[in-house]
Design a protein around this ligand. Sequence first.
Ligand SMILES: Cc1cc2nc3c(=O)[nH]c(=O)nc-3n(C[C@H](O)[C@H](O)[C@H](O)COP(=O)(O)O)c2cc1C
Length: 502
Amino acid sequence: MRDLPPFPSLRSFLDWCEATAQLQIVPDPVPVCHQMTAVHRAVLERAGPVLQFDHPVLAGGAKAAVPVVANLFGTPDRVAAGLGITLDRLDDLGAFLAALRSPAPPGGMRDTLSRWPMLKAALATRPKFTSSAPVQQIVSEGADVDLAALPVQTHWPADAGPLITWPVVVTRPHGSDVADIAAYNAGVYRAQVLARDKLIIRWLPHRGGAAHHQSWARQGEKTPVAIVLGADPATLLSAALPLPETVSELAFAGALNGARPRLVAAKSVPLMVSADAEIVLEGWVSPTEMAPEGPFGDHTGYYNPAEPFPVMQVSAITHRRDPIYLSTYTGRPPDEPAIIGQVFNRLALPTIRAQIPELHDLWLPPAACSYRIAVVSINKRYPGQARRVMMALWGMLPQFSYTKMIIAVDPDIDPTNWDDIAWALATRMDPARDVMLLENTPMDYLDFASPRAGLAGKMGIDATTKIDSETSRQWGQVMQTSAGDAAFAEDLVSRLMPGSAP
Ligand SMILES: Cc1cc2nc3c(=O)[nH]c(=O)nc-3n(C[C@H](O)[C@H](O)[C@H](O)COP(=O)(O)O)c2cc1C
């Protein structure tokens, strides 16, 4: 089922990146404070390779012993590769995800499931528990724990301090069995380094990790947590992917890898962790202790205000003999999460189509923070259908709760092309008739443009061709050069202007 070789570890993926000329070693000393972000951003903007900073410089000026890898998923191709496939197989994997969500898959979806039998079977496969793991070659516990030895980046000038940006935070609910991996949650939640052995974990209240923490806190108990740093690419992406509740991220990663996930018992907390990761931070999250997290630069392009989040006491750090520290930045797009988001949005399309069959295509422009504006093309058959689609997106699909503006267009418009969108708005939309405004709908608390935190307006713009009772006017006919005339012109012009392209 995989198009690519298996990547059971971060380093096996890096080897593949090197073999395919997608890895750049940076031999220069680069400070982890601010400069590394600037270098990463400049490379990401050029759709450049994975960066391995061999000589990171710590905040105090000392050279770090651990190299930093950044820009791992800096191109859509590498995100797909991390999932084990090429970009052209995304629709297929997306259809599989849609089928997984559906309790009784309809006919078409059953075909999809049958086309991915290995993956389905792999999801039911139990992980492999091992007792000797590369990630535990070196173990520091208690007083030996020192987060300051890690080259954790401070990304932006007004950031509160060092921030771990690619942690896979592993938890399980209170009352679950350590060996019951199906009950585990793995999510990517940034973590602020507070002290040598203290972190703040910023799991937003609706996340899986926060729900597990609540289940322990209700019993007055601290939550065991393992933060996996430098996990294999499938685990990293599964932890960031909004998978159905019933699917364990660790099992899904194993299924993508085409191998049983290799897990080992953590040294100081009752959890199983990825045996082949680079580093694991183990510890306990207090049921009551909170600390102000931030401010930190975020995907909106602004600093988040400081907000209280729970504190984790780190009880052990385990790592390979020669670990690699994986990092990224979040900031005004483009950033790595925006690139990952583009791929995830393609994967989500079949799931959305299962709810809204008239949906032809969909684009969430990365420049609009990847979710605040959506452009949707629809196969329209009856008056008012564009508004129905907008309300379905806002009402049925949680991922559109914070989408402030939806623009609906016809299938002849490419929803990823701003020129096409502008033409549709200019020729198929009347502001007084085709704009729908809603008030007091849910909104991202990070959106300070909303009049009140968490509550804001929404706008739908219907830029589709108006049909039946939507208009009493004669609608215009789209002009088009015939295929024959276009071929004739292409042939002539390419001879007149060799090497030119439109
Ligand atoms: C680089 C990166 C950083 C992220 N940071 C956070 C964060 O700080 N807090 C958060 O709640 N989600 C964050 N996310 C999003 C979650 O990881 C993502 O929504 C995931 O699906 C949550 O998993 P869950 O549904 O199991 O909680 C981040 C994602 C990425 C890729």
